[in-house]
Design a protein around this ligand. Structure first.
Ligand code: XMP
Length: 326
């Protein structure tokens, strides 16, 4: 496991010049490892898999086959961005799999959070393995493993992160960023020309919006979650909070309350806003959001999102609340 240990002499990649040096070195190493063979990558659109994709596109071009699985639990605009950046701009060999119905059908009526996570994880591996089986001549599997994954878990991030290694797939691994820390991955991503919205993306759990649409997921409540999350992100970006707050998102719990909309009684969902700062996700503090902005976001969500009549602000630090609601 020697090559899983970061050498003391390895300089921290903090500048574009150091990133360029890393990129050239990796391109050489990847070409030497891969030769003329094909490489498969599960491309979620998160920073790690995106950086690995961009590196491999530079190194071996169309020998890389990226598979982007849309499980229906991604944020608004994410699948479109993956297609635009990788297929349209980088000319990657990208297979887009619309598995939305398949995931949502499997999740229908399932309220237990652990059960939901298991279904999402298993289904993801099944979909990915099916796509892999359709392809001929794949020898390698690329992964966005980074150094903290090695330090924390030994082998590979798979259980906590949808998009992890489908273990039954018997490929040789390609892990070009496995000795990098997250901040270095971002510097490299920037040097590779990835958009800031990908490079500086806030953490997003593998099961995605599934853990924020609490209880049994329904399509209409998931839609309310996706739309309210998009409004929150837009307003945080416009108001300079996107770089200041570590993680911010909405939750739509599985219950309704009475309200009044256009002079008529309504019985609709609340949207909960969660915005936290943390160093390591083990504990978290509440970021103070200016009241006028909270009022503005509340007005937008209640007028623009169907099926919502209230907005709540979660003031709970971790502990006692976890960052996610499930
Ligand atoms: P909690 O909710 O445990 O979250 O305070 C801590 C951090 O981990 C993320 N998280 C997950 N990430 N798969 C992931 O890849 C998961 O199942 C999962 N659950 C929580 C969460 O978004 C936060 O950043």
């Amino acid at each position: 496991m020697q090559d899983n240990v970061r050498p003391e002499s390895m300089e921290r990649i903090t500048t574009p010049a150091l990133a360029e040096a890393f990129i050239s070195e990796q391109i050489g190493a990847l070409r030497a490892q891969i030769g003329g063979d094909k490489v498969l990558l599960a491309l979620s659109g998160g920073v790690d898999s995106s950086v690995v994709a961009a590196l491999l596109i530079r190194a071996v071009g169309k020998q890389l086959v990226c598979v982007h699985v849309n499980h229906g639990l991604l944020r608004k605009g994410e699948p479109e961005q993956v297609i635009r950046v990788f297929r349209d701009e980088m000319d990657a060999n990208l297979i887009y799999v619309d598995a939305v119905d398949r995931f949502l059908d499997k999740l229908a009526g399932v309220a237990d959070p652990e059960q939901k996570r298991k279904i999402i994880g298993k289904e993801f591996i099944d979909v990915f393995a099916e796509e892999a089986a359709r392809l001929d001549g794949i020898r390698f599997l690329a992964q966005g493993t980074i150094y903290p994954d090695i330090l924390e878990s030994g082998p590979v991030k798979s259980h906590h992160n949808v998009g992890g290694l489908p273990e039954e797939l018997n490929f040789e691994l390609v892990e070009p960023i496995k000795l990098l820390f997250k901040d270095e991955v971002r510097v490299v991503g920037k040097a590779l020309g990835l958009p800031d919205s990908m490079v500086y993306r806030q953490p997003f759990p593998g099961p995605g919006l599934g853990v924020r649409c609490t209880g049994a997921i329904t399509r209409d409540r998931l839609e309310a979650l996706r739309e309210s999350d998009a409004i929150l992100r837009e307003e945080f970006e416009k108001n300079g909070l996107a770089g200041k707050v570590w993680q911010y998102f909405t939750i739509v719990p599985d219950y309704k309350s009475t309200g009044v909309i256009d002079g008529k009684r309504s019985f609709d969902w609340p949207v909960v806003i969660r915005a936290v700062n943390t160093r390591d996700a083990m504990t978290a503090e509440i970021e103070e959001i200016p009241y006028p902005l909270l009022h503005h976001i509340t007005r937008r969500i209640t007028s623009e999102v169907r099926g919502v009549n209230r907005v709540l602000y979660d003031l709970t630090p971790k502990p006692t609340g976890t960052i996610e609601w499930e």
